[in-house]
Design a protein around this ligand. Structure first.
Ligand SMILES: CC(C)(COP(=O)(O)OP(=O)(O)OC[C@H]1O[C@@H](n2cnc3c(N)ncnc32)[C@H](O)[C@@H]1OP(=O)(O)O)[C@@H](O)C(=O)NCCC(=O)NCCS
Length: 262
């Protein structure tokens, strides 16, 4: 493996030279988020589609999600052949690995924390209860409610808050569980820490706050445990959302986790 991790700003994703790269990143995220499963008692894994829509529905969605100050770490394996098939083949005792996502093997991003979704989810549950059905949940003014809730949380916050988001690693044993996400996140945090130091030196009040990382993890998936193993702690109880919200085909719970960087 010839691994390389680059940290890109959202506007760089829009560079025409990065068109294929962005496409591969989107594909990887969509595949990684499209199935979640739970282990059966016999050790087999039960997969089910949880969402009606893909995680990324248009090519420049990530750019909007990350906003002006977010960033994305893209881990590539320069040993990977760029063949659009999900196979590896063995030729003359040499193993040639090929991937569906070009050379992209993992991505992680950081963006300003979007806030715990307690109020938003409660409103969505109320609408669902009022009998308007799952489709009405989509009608909620998500952005407005999220903004209000975030503003309230920000007023109370004494930390500089960042959300770890859109994390994905290709689902091949060669790459999953090999520390690629940890390394991608470290690359993002190195940049963030440098920016934090610059703010401090410039007398910006954010420079004197501690950096706090946040993550939202689907309960019943491996993700809450993944972040707990990375030193995150649960922020209160999980929030329950009704089917229909975020195109989910069933009710779901999100565990919010956080970690203050020392
Ligand atoms: C969650 C997800 C992104 C993790 O990606 P990953 O690259 O496999 O994660 P990492 O390899 O960094 O995980 C670290 C693990 O690798 C192991 N590891 C092996 N070599 C390592 C190394 N050199 N450095 C660090 N960790 C290493 C660690 O022991 C650790 O194991 P543990 O979690 O049991 O403690 C991936 O499972 C995924 O794509 N899931 C589907 C998408 C999704 O749900 N994303 C949302 C996440 S909230």
């Amino acid at each position: 493996m010839k691994l390389n991790i680059q940290v890109l700003q959202p506007h760089q994703l829009l560079d025409p030279a990065n068109k294929t790269l962005l496409h591969n990143i989107n594909d990887l995220i969509n595949d990684a988020y499209s199935i979640h499963g739970h282990p059966e008692l016999d050790g087999s894994y039960h997969y089910q589609a949880l969402y009606k829509e893909r995680r990324i529905t248009c090519e420049d969605q990530l750019v909007h999600e990350l906003g002006e100050s977010g960033s994305i770490a893209v881990c590539t394996d320069n040993d990977l052949n760029e063949v659009p098939e999900l196979v590896h083949r063995i030729e003359k005792a040499n193993v040639y690995y090929t991937s569906k996502y070009g050379q992209v093997v993992a991505v992680a991003s950081l963006k300003p924390w979007g806030g715990k979704k307690t109020v938003l989810f409660a409103k969505a549950r109320q609408l669902a209860r009022e009998g308007n059905g799952a489709s009405s949940v989509n009608d909620i003014d998500l952005a407005r409610l999220s903004q209000q809730e975030l503003a309230q949380q920000k007023r109370k916050s004494e930390t500089w808050d960042w959300e770890v988001s859109a994390c994905a690693c290709v689902n091949y044993p060669r790459y999953r569980g090999q520390g690629l996400m940890v390394q991608s996140l470290d690359a993002l945090l190195n940049k963030l820490t440098r920016r934090h130091n610059e703010l401090k030196a410039a007398g910006d009040p954010r420079g004197s706050l501690k950096i706090k990382l946040w993550s939202s993890a689907l309960v019943d998936s491996d993700n809450p445990q993944y972040w707990l193993r990375r030193g995150f702690v649960n922020e209160g109880e999980p929030d329950l959302a009704p089917a229909g919200l975020w195109s989910s085909v069933r009710d779901f719970e999100i565990q919010t986790l956080s970690k203050v960087l020392e």
